[in-house]
Design a protein around this ligand. Structure first.
Ligand code: SF4
Length: 445
């Protein structure tokens, strides 16, 4: 047996999927994957740079691991977005780091680890994917035996002025549909109940060939892909994140036609002010966004809508913030992720004065949070008496006589039950609405 490896994943679903892919490669190469850093020969941090001070967080974690190991130091590697962006500068910041592996070098991780351990030198690879590399993940490495992440597109071409992702993950590259469909079919055969088609912007999906999509109707390659994935018979299909400019109403049509395409869309608005949207370089105006929301809200199926908002973008006035509040009122989101703007070095927005004070950002944050909480309360209450389909994921964190899972509209649902139900789909009648979850009872047949 080769060395033992522990991978710690920080950040988004794409990072979770990258760790699953890296673990598959490592196990194939004979390495042992372990669940803690306590005695692993190699500790790899898979990093995220979307939040501020991402590298500081990694250095802190490295310090904690070193302290806990008390002199018996493992080989330490940093992979993912921070590795891609900081490159060899990471070695200067921390002499404990032996290995730096960029976002598209994951498949080379086994040989890179071997080189780092054999040569005792610092090893770096921030190169691109090699032609013919396939997205391959073994089920043993997946984060759940019932829900699987299936990346369909990597990278981003949008270059929003505040965002580092196009620099850390490179340009958009879509997987060929045949590969995606084979993966979903095999997941279904292996008992998976739900797939999440993931990517920075899933609806910008544009593969180099249409292989696998022949015979499926659709106005865009993504809506064709949705219909093709639905035809695999997978029980529940979710997708995230959608980019507003590329959100074609045909996506709503596909959801209406196929019950296994889940009734949930995450469509980040970021701001309700045209001036701020222009400064963010989002590529759409408020009215364009609202047209997409209209298509979603007027669907024959009730489709849940969630979003992201950044408050306190450079120069955001209180009137512009009010425009965001009015957009949130119009959209009636089922859920909202609110972020305070913070500068990412290297992005175009970092050249703008971050001139909304911290105090003002905090005040706008809580105003919006309370506003959304009230709207959400009404939406959640409207579920009382309704039946929702839930995939049971495990015991509720708050009570061991309750189970928890997500509905097709991606709400957290808790209900009395036991562990024999895990992995099953159940029908739950909602009896109570809480701030961020619903409570109910299993429907008796
Ligand atoms: S769409 Fe904009 S915010 Fe989203 S990943 Fe791309 S650049 Fe970043």
């Amino acid at each position: 047996m080769k060395a033992s490896i522990y991978i710690e994943t920080l950040g988004c679903q794409m990072n979770v999927a990258d760790s699953e892919r890296a673990s598959t490669k490592l196990r194939e190469a004979g390495y042992e994957l372990v669940g803690s850093s306590e005695s692993a020969d190699v500790v790899i941090f898979n990093t995220c740079s979307v939040r501020a001070r991402a590298s500081q967080k990694v250095f802190n974690r490295i310090g904690e691991v070193r302290k806990a190991r008390n002199g018996n130091e493992p080989t330490i590697g940093v992979m993912g977005c921070v590795a891609q962006l900081e490159g060899s500068a990471l070695f200067d910041h921390s002499s404990s780091i032996n290995l730096v592996v960029g976002t598209t070098a994951t498949d080379r991780l086994p040989s890179l680890i071997e080189s780092a351990r054999e040569s005792q030198r610092q090893i770096i690879d921030v190169g691109g994917r090699v032609d013919g590399e396939l997205w391959k993940v073994s089920n043993v490495e997946r984060h759940s035996p019932y829900v699987a992440f299936v990346p369909i597109i990597e990278g981003c071409n949008k270059f929003c002025s505040y965002c580092i992702v196009p620099f850390s993950r490179g340009r958009e590259q879509s997987r060929v549909a045949t590969e995606i469909l084979d993966e979903v079919r095999s997941l279904r055969e292996d008992g998976y109940k739900e797939v999440h088609l993931i990517g920075q912007n899933v609806n910008s999906y544009r593969p180099l060939t249409s292989a696998g999509l022949e015979g499926f109707s659709g106005t865009t390659p993504f809506s064709k892909l949705l219909r093709a994935v639905a035809a695999t018979g997978m029980n529940r299909i979710k997708f995230t994140t959608s980019f507003p400019r590329d959100f074609h109403p045909d996506i709503v049509a596909a959801i209406e036609e196929n019950k296994n395409l889940c009734n949930w869309v995450h469509l980040p608005a970021q701001s309700g002010s045209d001036r701020v949207l222009r400064a963010m370089r989002r590529g759409y105006k408020r009215e364009d966004y609202l047209r997409r929301v209209d298509a979603i809200k007027s669907s024959r199926r009730r489709i849940a809508l969630t979003s992201d908002i950044i408050i306190g973008f450079p120069g955001e006035t209180s009137e512009e913030f009010e425009e965001t509040i009015s957009l949130v009122a119009q959209c009636q989101y089922d859920g909202l992720y609110i972020f305070k703007y913070s500068e990412r070095p290297g992005t175009p927005a970092s050249g703008l004065a971050d001139n909304v004070s911290n105090r003002e950002k905090s005040s706008r944050f809580s105003t919006l949070e309370i506003f959304q909480k009230n709207l959400q309360g009404v939406i959640y209450k409207s579920y009382i008496g309704r039946e929702v389909n839930v995939l049971v994921e495990g015991e509720s964190a708050k009570s061991n006589s309750d189970m928890t899972g997500h509905s097709t509209c991606h709400k957290v649902i808790n209900f009395p039950g036991d562990m024999t139900m895990v992995g099953q789909e159940v029908s739950v009648t909602i009896t109570e609405a809480k701030a961020n979850s619903l409570y109910g009872v299993i429907k008796k047949n």
